[in-house]
Ligand binder design. Sequence first.
Ligand code: RIB
Length: 301
Amino acid sequence: MSILVFGSLNMDLVTRTHRLPQAGETIAGYSFETLPGGKGANQAVAVARLGVPVQMRGRVGGDEFGKMLIESLQLAGVNCEGIAIDQTTSSGVAAIAIDDLGENHIIIVAGANGKVDLSDVDRLPLQANKVLLLQLEIPMAIVLAAAQAAQQAGTIVILDPAPAPTQLPAELYAAVDILTPNQVEAEQLTGIAVPDQASAIQAARQLRQRGIGTVVIKMGAQGALCATAAEEFWVSPFAVRAIDTVAAGDAFNGGLAAALAEGRSLSEACRWAAAAGALATTVKGAQSAMPTRAELIRLIS
Ligand code: RIB
């Protein structure tokens, strides 16, 4: 069974600098690269690298970046037949600054991602896919419509609430099977600061009370918390040397979806997710950092 990703494609304009600038400050960087990214496209590549069939849906602009974004996905083995080219606008871009500790700042300009509409939802091949991966770099109303359509079709809906929203529509909680915030997103959504296990459990319970069946909070170097109606368990972190955290969350969601699509248990899927996320931090870039199946299996075993 394959996986469908409906979301953003961005060209990442990546600068590297020894430290991130403060407001109003100009500093010198030491490198610049143009790399394919976007949370949706990154998650599609994460799934493809793990050897699970995956289709990407979304929009790029009628520009050179749009062509490069589609080519990058095709090279990774992602089915791109349904990606629309919107000649009226430019492709999405993300201006990214990364410091020596691997921390990043990202500013996104939506471009074609912001033009995704209900006609794209109507064309989603939901029956043919076991899992739908969503993020929040396309309009919220469209994310909601896609989640509701997938729910009707019996497709598992995994929502990565990133970039961090201050709130989600109440109906969206009811249409999503698995919500995967990181610590910042969990705090934005609940008002509960999430520095440790106890606060993560509190935040996950609050999110579950809003109607989500399963909440998985990505805790970075602390691992992850998984909370369902039946159980709450902690997913141990994998010890790696992190050099670039960009798209680690996308790798996590790709790993989670790939394992679930293969029929693995939720706890095993969470381990796959944590391993994929950890491995992604050991390589520079977004799509280029997604681990292969062999790398993931090696780390897990
Ligand atoms: O999650 C990382 C991604 O966020 C980057 O590739 C960038 O495009 C932004 O969407």
